[in-house]
Ligand binder design. Structure first.
Ligand code: PHE
Length: 450
């Protein structure tokens, strides 16, 4: 185990770099693929309302806590808890994060691979002029084939590893600074386009006009899971990124920018997708609710794009967007594992990256081959590991760390305003733990019953 601070520790070079990298982690398939479909499945605007509440009172405090833990410890999640809480069992929280990163990456990179297949299919014109039935068959046979999904999975893992080997500043930061603005521009373009389609208003209404009778405990459980997943919190990704943030940066400001960007992109993705679906398909509310996430991205959308002028270009653009969003997220997951290995076992970055990418790939191959593995990884990480991690993180900041420690760390030793800190502490001490625990227990009971 390494001791003391390493003078050579890599870090982000600028404020924009920090925000681009952290927003890059947060903005991903979770926003563009998962958010619209989970929202559709759970009642549209009513779900959005609960989701926003989760972001505000749980997401922000957890994210700020993670950044604070990481920056003050200057370590990977495991090392950070060891350093801040020596001779306690808190390090288990960090280890859980590393395990969660491993599990999420293994199924996430599979779906990321699908986006490359569809990007390829858009370029070759194979999606054009197909009925939705044909597109459905195409998607099913692609998935059942195994070879192509595996190939794209390996390509995606390779790309991820390549960026990670390049380092924090010359890999993660550099890539995020270029790709994130690109993503924003493409998504705005697609959203505006979708809004100009006749009949698009029904989709906007479904997204923004809540029917509060649709709110059930299950909806709340799903909204919390989605909020944690979308913000990349509860597993140490942002502890890791926080450890690369300079002492002079304002952590609260960074948190608000990242949360704001993530939420904005999720809603923008909703604006791009709902109107298009409502305008151009005969899908009615009910059918829409039955659409699974996969069908929405890989069947419904391509079939919509067949019917609009410039559809082929739009679909290529859409799948580039998905792939870009996914890549800046997979690098953040791999970085958690690599930071852990390099710091705790003193191995080189290159070796750590290659060996962890290989290990993740073994699990990834299993989730390509067995849908059960894919579902298990997806469910257990999103609905169990992330909320549990988030709960432990807020308990750690609220009850283990001293008030003075938090105030010093968040105000950069008195240089920044600390007016909001009592509110933050109240949230992490009482509100967040109780709310997360309640939702979490409900979810577990339900899962066991089912
Ligand atoms: N937040 C990412 C997304 O929305 C997924 C993610 C989860 C990334 C956990 C890192 C850690 O797609």
């Amino acid at each position: 185990m390494t001791q003391g601070s390493k003078t050579s520790r890599d870090s982000f070079s600028s404020k924009f770099g920090v925000i681009a990298a952290a927003a890059g982690s947060a903005i991903g398939l979770g926003n563009i693929w998962r958010f619209p479909s989970v929202t559709a499945e759970n009642g549209g605007a009513a779900f959005l309302f609960i989701y926003l509440l989760c972001i505000l009172i749980l997401g922000i405090p957890v994210m700020l806590s993670e950044f604070m833990i990481g920056r003050s410890a200057q370590r990977n999640p495991y090392g950070a808890f060891k350093k801040l809480a020596p001779r306690t069992a808190w390090y288990i929280t960090g280890l859980m994060g590393v395990v969660a990163a491993f599990m999420i990456l293994a199924f996430y990179a599979v779906v990321s691979g699908w986006t490359l297949e569809y990007l390829y299919q858009s370029f070759t014109g194979n999606l054009v002029d197909k009925s939705s039935g044909e597109l459905q068959t195409m998607f099913n046979s692609f998935r059942d084939d195994s070879f192509r999904p595996l190939l794209w999975f390996f390509i995606f893992m390779g790309l991820t590893a390549w960026i990670i080997i390049a380092g924090v500043r010359s890999g993660i930061e550099k890539v995020s600074k270029v790709l994130m603005p690109l993503l924003l521009v493409m998504l705005i373009f697609i959203a505006i386009y979708a809004l100009t389609l006749p009949g698009s208003f029904a989709g906007v209404k479904y997204l923004f006009n809540p029917d509060f009778s649709k709110i059930t405990p299950d909806v709340i459980f799903k909204a919390l899971g989605q909020a944690f997943f979308s913000l990349s919190i509860g597993m140490g990704t942002l502890i890791t990124y926080g450890s690369y943030i300079k002492k002079r940066d304002n952590l609260a400001g960074t948190t608000l920018s990242v949360v704001g960007a993530d939420t904005f992109i999720a809603i923008l993705a909703g604006i791009a997708i709902f109107p298009a679906v409502f305008a151009l398909t005969d899908v009615q509310l009910l059918d829409m609710a039955q659409e699974t996430g996969e069908a929405l991205m890989f069947i419904t959308l391509p079939s919509i794009l067949n019917n609009v002028p410039g559809g082929q270009i739009l679909s290529a653009m859409f799948f580039i967007l998905l792939a870009v969003a996914a890549l800046t997220s997979t690098i953040s997951m791999l970085e958690v594992i690599v930071a852990f290995l390099t710091e705790e076992f003193n191995i080189s970055r290159r070796k750590a990256t290659i060996s962890s990418a290989i290990a993740v790939s073994v699990l990834g191959v299993l989730s390509v081959l067995f849908v059960g593995v894919f579902r298990f990884l997806n469910f257990s990480s999103v609905n169990i590991l992330l909320p549990l991690g988030g709960l432990l993180i807020v308990l750690f900041v609220g009850w283990y760390l001293s008030r003075k420690f938090t105030i010093d760390e968040l105000s950069n030793d008195g240089k920044l305003s600390s007016k909001y800190i009592p509110v933050f502490l109240f949230l992490v001490k009482y509100i967040a733990p109780i709310a997360i625990a309640m939702v979490f227990i409900y979810g577990i009971i339900n899962a066991v019953r089912a």
